[in-house]
Each structure stands twice: as C-alpha cells, then as structure tokens.
Design a protein around this ligand. Structure first.
Ligand SMILES: CC(C)[C@H](C(=O)O)[C@@H](O)C(=O)O
Ligand code: SF4
Length: 418
C-alpha cells in the first residue's frame, strides 16, 4: 500500500508504518511559541510540574503580535517570556526578527520530513519547506515543552494538483484564494492538503509559503509541498546539518480527495467579507471604495510581495484617501526591500512603512478599522472584527491587487494598471 507525504513523515519519525487515522505519540523537531500564546503554554507546562524544558535548543520563541509592546499587559507578557527563555537557556528567541512563521522558515527551523508544532494556527506555513507543521493549543504546548512529544491523529490528505503557468499579475495568493473558495472554509477539516503538480513544482518558496499558510483557513491540520530542488536550495546555508534526500508520495497512496486546478486562465481573486471562502474575481467588485490597504503578514509580507507592489505602483502615488500600511514580515525581508530602494519609493508615494510585526492583520497592535470602514489586506482572515470594528469589512487579496487598489482608492484589477 502506498503512503501520502504525511504518512511517510509519521512512519519515518515513529519507526513503523503509519496510516492516516492512526493515533501516535511522536517527538517534535521544533516547537514555536510567541508573545501571545507563550505565557499560557508556560503556565500549562508548570501545571504539569514542568521545571526544565525538554530541550531548549528545540524551542523557538518569537515576539510578533504586540511588538513593541502596545499595552502594559503585553509588556508584562513579554517580560515573563524573556525571563522564561533566560531561565531555561532558550537561545532561539528574538524580540525583533518579525512575524514568527516567516522567521521560523528563514532561520531554518523547519526542514523536509520534520514535525514542527507551534502555538499559532498558521504554523502550517512550514509545510512550504516539506515539514509536517501544525498549530496546537496552549495545553498541548505545555505538554510539548515538558516532554518534547505529542499525541497526533495522523490526518488523511486531500491531494491538490495544480497545473499551468500564471498570467501576469496573477500568482500564489490568487491560487490559494481560488482553492479556498472551492474547498470551503471547513472543507478540509482535520485533513492535510498535499500541494502537487507542475505549478507547485516551479513555484518559488514565497508562493509556497503563501499557499501552505492558508491551509488552516480551510480547516486543514497541515499543508505540505513535496520537497524538491527549490526547497533544498532554500535550506542551503540555513540547515547545514541536513543533506538533501527524497521525500515523495507513493503512486498508490490513498487520498480522501483529489482536486485539480489549472491556473492558465486564473484571474486575480478577492475574498469578500466576511468569509475566506467568499471568493470572487476582482472585476466583479472593482470600484468598491476602500479606507485602508495592508500589505504584510505571514501570508504576503515578503520582499517578492513588495517588489510586485512596487512594479504595479510604478511612478504613481497612493490615493490620499487611503491609509496604506506596509509591513515586511521580518527583518530580512525589510532589509531586502530597503536595499532595493522600495521603502523610499513607498514612503514617497504616501505609505506608512512599519517595522516587522503582525500589525493590523488581526486587529491587535495598530491599524484598527472604525465601524463602516473597509480594509483591503494581503493577510489570511476576513471574519467580522478581524481588523477592528465588527461593523468594518475586510477583503483579502494579493499584493498586486492591494497596490493597484491603493493607487485609486477603490478595488482595482492589477492587470488594468499598465
Ligand atoms: C494569536 C494567535 C493565537 C492567532 C493564531 O493562532 O492564528 C493569530 O496569529 C491569528 O492569526 O489569528
Ligand atoms: S501575521 Fe496575522 S496570521 Fe500571521 S501570525 Fe501574525 S496575526 Fe497570525
């Protein structure tokens, strides 16, 4: 019998043949905690009589949701977490690097075949690097901090096969919105999405991250892209301890479903309020007035997103009627964007460029919307209240669509901006 990628990973980690549906105790390679969920996980760890963490080198701690601290409570949480890291000898911790998921990948904390957990739902992003990565709750994380392992019910997989080449100004975000629209916000609950086909095989890492990131928006436990030359190239220098090896699904693997997409005729897509699977072609809602544009987050806050936004912007400026907030997802991405001269261009065009953090993505630190306001955002969630008032609206799109719309103050098809 053949195995899916996820079954292969669990079989290899558990040292015996594992099938979807099996419940196994598996060791984790890395565990990620952040400023918001970390304190509760530490509390749970202590309640389990935790004194010393299982392995400080396998814990990654990052601050991103409320940085710099935006309230006394946030400052207290961060102080508490810093002290915990120091007392436990956790040195993979940083207060300045940026959005946790981007930083985990950049620092090589996730590699093919590894099992990585994080106390954040978008931990599934690391499937872009061929890892089985999933978000867990704080009680589970307390257990992981203590024992370095966790019970998993091995998910079955939906094979998402994508073929064709993208048209100009159409890319990974449009694809994953299209997939979310078709699978539905709960269409992959407790399953894994295995992203295959020629489109993924030629997709650079940033696009793979965007797609794996949004697996959870369909309810999936994980999203995974089979590791290939692109993955190994990305890991070069980040993971000197890992040598390339083959990790692929078997021809005869059993999938819960097999879905096929072709991007040849794909057009820019937008998820309209208030659900991620309310997906329409941009032209259907072109002209919708917007108050704020956010380009950033673990979904689309990478240099490539800003480069595309800059291409669309050209020598224009952003509309005076729109607050344009741009936040590179990490210091590395910020520096790349800075060195390319894009930050200066964006600032001159009227944007606010902030230091790496989650920003307005979940209506946390800043960039909140007033009742009746409309946001166009490159992030991953648009439910009511996500970016401020429950009476506000959030639309989700690619960086190209966000930039085009920011120029005109209304939702605009990026293909129309010559
Ligand atoms: C704060 C955290 C628990 C949350 C998550 O788990 O995803 C956040 O990152 C989000 O995107 O909503
Ligand atoms: S950028 Fe948004 S989705 Fe990503 S971790 Fe931060 S709040 Fe969650």
């Amino acid at each position: 019998m053949g195995a899916t990628l996820v079954e292969k990973i669990f079989s290899s980690r558990c040292g015996k043949e594992i099938e979807a549906g099996d419940v196994v105790m598996a060791a984790v390679d890395k565990a990620m905690i952040h400023d918001i969920t970390g304190p509760l996980a530490v509390q749970k760890f202590r309640e389990m009589n935790g004194n010393v963490v299982f392995d400080p080198a396998r814990i990654v701690m990052l601050f991103d949701h409320q940085v710099p601290a935006d309230s006394i409570q946030a400052a207290e949480n961060q102080k508490f977490m810093r002290e915990f890291a120091l007392s436990q000898g956790i040195h993979n911790y940083d207060l300045r690097e940026g959005v946790c998921h981007q930083v985990v990948l950049e620092k090589g904390h996730a590699a093919p075949g590894e099992i990585v957990v994080g106390s954040d739902s978008h931990t599934c992003t690391y499937g872009a690097a061929g890892a089985f990565a999933t978000g867990i709750g704080s009680t589970d994380m307390g257990f992981v901090l203590r024992f370095g392992a966790l019970y998993f019910r091995v998910p079955d997989s939906i094979r998402v096969e994508v073929n064709g080449a993208f048209a100009p100004r159409v890319g990974a975000k449009d694809l994953i919105l299209d997939i979310a629209g078709s699978i539905g916000a709960d269409g992959a609950t407790y399953q894994a999405l295995e992203f295959t086909g020629e489109t993924f095989a030629s997709m650079p890492m940033p696009g793979r991250m965007t797609c794996a990131n949004m697996a959870i928006e369909m309810g999936a436990k994980a999203g995974i892209v089979p590791p290939d030359a692109i993955t190994w190239e990305y890991l070069k220098g980040r993971r000197p301890d890992v040598r390339p090896f083959t990790l692929e699904n078997d021809e005869e693997a059993t999938y819960a479903e097999w879905r096929e997409f072709d991007v040849t005729d794909l057009v820019p897509k937008v998820a309209v309020p208030h659900n991620v699977d309310n997906v329409v072609d941009v032209e259907e809602i072109a002209g919708t007035h917007i108050d704020q544009v956010f380009i950033g987050s673990c979904t689309n806050g990478r240099y490539e997103d800003f480069a595309e936004a800059a291409e669309v912007l050209g020598n224009r400026t952003f509309s005076d009627d729109v607050r344009v907030i741009l936040i590179p997802a990490s210091r590395d991405e910020y520096l790349k964007t800075l060195r390319a001269g894009l930050i200066e261009r964006f600032v001159k065009a009227g944007a606010l460029v902030e230091a790496p953090c989650c920003g307005p993505c979940m209506g946390g630190a800043f960039g909140l919307l007033a009742p009746g306001e409309v946001s166009l955002s490159t992030s991953n969630r648009n439910f009511r209240g996500r970016q401020g008032s429950t009476e506000a609206e959030v639309y989700l799109c690619s960086a190209a669509t966000a930039a085009a719309s920011a120029i005109y103050g209304e939702i605009t098809d990026p293909r129309e901006v010559a």
